[in-house]
Design a protein around this ligand. Sequence first.
Ligand SMILES: [Zn+2]
Length: 291
Amino acid sequence: MTDIWTPSWSRRRFLGGAALLASLGSFATACGSTGGKPSSDAAGSGPSATASASAPAGSGVDAELIARRYPGLKPFAPAPPPPAVKPVTLSAAHPLVFSRVPITEKVVFVTIDDGVEKDPAFIQMVKDFQIPLTLSLADTLIKDDYRYFAELFATGFVSIQNHTVTHPLAMPRLSAARQLEEIAGQQEKLKREYGTTPYIFRPPGGNYNATTVAAVKEAGLRGMMLWKESMEIHDMQYQTASHRLRPGDIILCHFRGPAQLKGETMVQMMANLYRHIQGQGFTVADITHYV
Ligand SMILES: [Zn+2]
């Protein structure tokens, strides 16, 4: 736990989160359960003007501390140098839907969605492992504590992307105007809160249609990111028959805590994920270097 969280602050956060969860019902756990449908994988090359917030993994990571705090884990191997040309080329004119990156190195990408759980111990975990993470945030789930994600962003290891204002799982049923509001509205809020301009959209539940792609374009984003595996409490759900990670896979996780994880914490869930990744001989790289 970091000591910047005063008791009153924590309590306010907790009450806000509890009320929010009650009002949302099961929607936090619903996100992603229907999504990640296979999509046409992206390929191609070309320049892309995007800055990354992440620092190289492995620099100054304390192996002893990792082993002590996270049993069975070690520092991740450093990610390979970023490719000179991004393997996935996004386009403002024609936003691309992608769910993995066509590479051969044993690298995967970790993405974390929504924002319901705000565990200070996870901020420490991000600092301990120093691996790049991509956060897709929905305003309705983070607005009770924007500061938490500012703290995460300030670690330098995360990028922040767009996951709508209200997290509508039935996005394809919304009008064009409403879909645009969800995406463009969240662009503004993320810009205002974190000073960053997302360029990737993640549709809630992985549900989208042609209207969504048009709204992504209209809102100034350049791609829509799905996934190949999703992390549950202990295990991953694979979309492939091999039930193994493959180079370039995008893994979906959620900000979840004991209420959604049968008593386990966000840190425990992420440690479980890291064990799967390390156990299969993979390391983690920054998607913003590849897309
Ligand atoms: Zn979501």
